[in-house]
Design a protein around this ligand. Structure first.
Ligand code: FAD
Length: 373
């Protein structure tokens, strides 16, 4: 028994929002999977998660959506405004809701509970990524394992790991995330306002009376909480009525990056890439990673030598496009030259006047646009 080797298909390193869902998806496909996380407790995180239509379908199919108890808030319309153009851009989908807003910790707790029930989560297990090699003996909790594939879902901590070199675009942006209650119903509308100092997103937040919202304000300028609150009051009092802020505002560094290809690993979620939050797509792109992996498993044997590189090339295209797009939008709005303003106006007009471009944008926001698969 002491020398027994446990043979698994997949090791998932990191049981966060993406790692836990990846493992549940693999388990559902009847693959043998083990998850390790270097922390046992789930960190306290009050943030919400904008789940687009594609990601919601994924969570429904996985059987976790039905366990969400705090009322998900629909996003039926997206309003985009900026300081260059006079009228807003308005996007909605007639067929279905564009997305839902839920609490991220609630989803993580549901997914983690499932992993524990299935007995496929081990914590705390701290392994340096350097010693993780597929098809080589690995000792975890005094047991010997061999994994055919190793999936890395350690989130943004990959950026600080100098061995897993990434393409990094750090221009000192921070995101400030908080909540406010308001007198009027939010009417299931999400907003993205490009202010001179940076983009401000306001989304409906889970609540029983539809009178609570969350904001994400990103800037590389010196700011203060009172300044952020006054920007929000100025921009949203007309639509939301009287605004009362929750005391706490959380600050997060924004470090867009794409991990380089590593033949030993399959990177998923924030480990593969993170983008500027102007697109609000970060987590939803992680779900796309899981779906791409899942489709690949249906098409190729996981033992194939090409498997990791095919996965990487499929996701790299999508990730690079989003990375380039969000970085460009951010750059254009950050640098207030007349040339940039002209470019913004051209893009805006395209979205306003051409229904094909608008439809593509809506499909993209809903996760219904497959660039490659
Ligand atoms: C500015 C900004 C704002 C954002 N705002 C939001 C928001 O409001 N809501 C939201 O949901 N998302 C937000 N996101 C995106 C968010 O980062 C992702 O949605 C999501 O948390 C990523 O999931 P993940 O599983 O990839 O990483 P994580 O959730 O970070 O999970 C990583 C897991 O890996 C574990 N781990 C790390 N290193 C190791 C190791 N060496 N060995 C074993 N385990 C390890 C950690 O303990 C953790 O459990 C934001 C992103 C940015 C850039």
């Amino acid at each position: 028994m002491k020398n027994k080797i446990f043979k698994y298909d997949f090791l998932v390193v990191g049981g966060g929002l993406i790692g836990a869902l990846t493992a549940l998806n693999l388990y559902k496909k009847k693959l043998k999977v083990l998850v390790i996380d270097n922390k046992t407790n789930i960190p306290f995180d009050q943030r919400t998660l904008a789940v687009n239509a594609n990601s919601k379908d994924f969570l429904v199919q996985l059987g976790v959506w039905k366990n969400i108890k705090s009322k998900p808030q629909l996003i039926n319309k997206i309003v985009i405004k900026d300081f260059v153009n006079s009228s807003p851009l308005i996007f909605n989908s007639k067929k279905e809701a564009m997305g839902n807003v839920i609490y991220n910790t609630e989803l993580l707790k549901i997914a983690r509970k499932e992993l524990i029930k299935l007995n496929i989560l081990k914590t705390p297990v701290n392994k340096s990524l350097e010693i993780l090699v597929p098809n080589k003996l690995l000792s975890i909790d005094k047991k010997n394992y061999i994994f055919k594939k190793i999936i890395i879902c350690v989130g943004k901590s990959i950026v600080s790991d100098s061995k897993q070199k990434s393409i990094i675009f750090d221009n000192g942006v921070y995101s400030y995330v908080g909540f406010f209650k308001h007198k009027r119903n939010h009417n299931s509308v999400a907003y993205e306002f490009f202010n001179k100092e940076g983009p401000l997103a306001v989304l409906p937040c889970p609540s029983l009376n539809n009178k609570k919202s969350t904001f994400i304000y990103s800037t590389n300028e010196q700011t203060s909480y009172s300044k952020i609150q006054s920007i929000i009051k100025k921009s949203f009092s007309a639509t939301h009525g009287n605004i009362i802020f929750d005391k706490k505002i959380n600050k997060f560094p924004v470090i867009p990056h794409i991990a380089k290809y590593n033949k030993n690993f399959i990177y998923i979620g924030d480990s593969l890439k993170s983008i500027h939050p102007v697109a609000g797509q970060g987590w939803n792109l992680g779900v796309k990673d899981i779906q791409t992996l899942s489709n690949l498993i249906d098409q190729f044997p996981i033992e194939s030598k090409m498997f990791n590189s095919i996965y990487y090339s499929r996701r790299a295209i999508d990730s690079s496009i989003y990375f380039a797009f969000t970085s460009l939008v951010n750059f254009l709005y950050e640098n207030h030259s007349s040339f940039n303003k002209r470019l913004i106006k051209v893009g805006y007009k395209g979205l306003q006047n051409f229904s094909l471009v608008r439809d593509l944008f809506i499909k993209q926001a809903m996760g219904r646009l497959n660039l490659i698969d």
